[in-house]
Design a protein around this ligand. Structure first.
Ligand code: CIZ
Length: 354
């Protein structure tokens, strides 16, 4: 899958050479971070690979003047909020956005939160990392925080203890799956209508729920269906099916295990030789796991071949071009109040999940 056609090899090699040259020239002044969903063409150039939590934790310890984030924009924003003064965070494509993050525009989040709070309950906002820095800043301002799929249950438990209810956003699937993990009954959550600036929230239903869910979802993970698991089990009797918790609850329930990218990676690493595992997440990670564990006689297959087109915008060419213009390229910047408040929300998470 990752093999280039012969005529592409020269181009790919030359981008790789340009990246290697730029890395050598910058030395310790440059650190490249890459998310697990990046292609192998990018991952081979990164200094650190991880999920957003692992990469967010790295920022503090990085001495580099330039941090290049190979991932999607909200990840670079979080890195910019956590960066030291003077440290510049870059992303090879500013338009590598996350459609789910865009499903919760900050102004709408604030309106809905205020409408919910106007009912007299202390509603704590908890944003999944897949949200804009503006939304994270709202969480910081209203006593809330941020979570990743790796720490969602610890963070939701924390948020439930802080007030009367939690507004979890933007991923309703992660919210519902995490609530199920914590044993929160379905009667305790409610997916809110976020139209008309909070004017359409069913306040009676909201008042009864401890978990209020924003109606967003990941365009990729939402495409996994229970029928894909049934088909997989028929085609490969004995297969173990693992999925990401951004999948719908019925998919998580039909699987043999669900968790963040770091969980999926660990499960594949710890599986016994001979294991057959179908993984329901972004294809680049599944292929990497298949390659990594092939020699150990483990068969790792995609539950369905789904790629994130925004993650894929980060190409070797764009990385090479960015590195060659790093001193003049505009870094990711945030207004100072957004930096301060989104950092507050992120640091709360890092402290709680230390
Ligand atoms: O937290 C992350 O990096 C995301 C978006 C997914 C995951 O499970 O790692």
């Amino acid at each position: 899958m990752f093999q280039n056609k012969p005529e592409e090899v020269t181009t790919m090699t030359s981008f790789a050479d340009r990246i290697a040259r730029a890395k050598a020239a910058y030395g310790q002044r440059l650190a490249i971070l890459g998310h697990h969903y990046q292609t192998d063409d990018i991952i081979r150039h990164v200094d650190f690979q991880g999920d957003s939590l692992e990469l967010a934790r790295k920022i503090e310890s990085l001495g580099a003047e330039h941090v290049v984030f190979c991932g999607v924009f909200f990840m670079a924003e979080s890195a910019a909020a956590l960066a030291r003064p003077g440290q510049k965070v870059h992303i090879p494509r500013m338009d590598a956005t996350c459609p789910m993050a865009e499903m919760a525009p900050a102004s709408r989040v604030e309106q809905v939160l205020l409408a919910l709070r106007a009912q007299g309950r202390n509603v704590i906002p908890l944003a999944y990392v897949n949200s804009t820095a503006d939304v994270k800043a709202i969480c910081g301002r209203f006593g809330g925080s941020v979570c990743t799929s790796a720490n969602a249950s610890a963070m939701l438990k924390w948020a439930l203890d802080q007030g009367d209810a939690v507004l979890f956003l933007p991923d309703k699937n992660l919210g519902m799956n995490t609530a199920a993990q914590l044993g929160l009954p379905a009667s305790d959550h409610h997916v809110i209508n976020v139209q008309a600036s909070g004017g359409r929230v069913d306040m009676q239903a909201a008042a009864k729920a401890r978990l209020l869910l924003w109606p967003g979802a990941c365009a990729i993970h939402h495409k996994f269906k229970p029928r894909h698991i049934e088909q997989m089990r028929q085609a490969h009797p004995g297969v173990r099916v693992l999925v990401h918790p951004e999948c719908a609850p019925e998919v998580v329930q039909a699987s043999d295990g669900a968790g963040s990218t770091s969980y999926l990676i660990k499960q594949c690493a710890e599986a016994a030789p001979g294991a057959v595992i179908a993984v329901g997440t972004e294809l680049n990670l599944v292929f990497r796991l298949a390659q990594r564990h092939k020699a150990e006689d483990k068969t790792i297959i995609p539950l369905k071949a789904l790629t994130c087109s925004n993650m894929a915008k980060i190409s070797e060419q764009r990385l090479a071009e960015l590195l060659e213009s790093l001193d003049t390229a505009p870094p990711v910047t945030l207004p100072s109040n957004v930096t301060e408040l989104s950092r507050l929300a992120l640091e709360r998470m890092l402290r709680i999940c230390a």
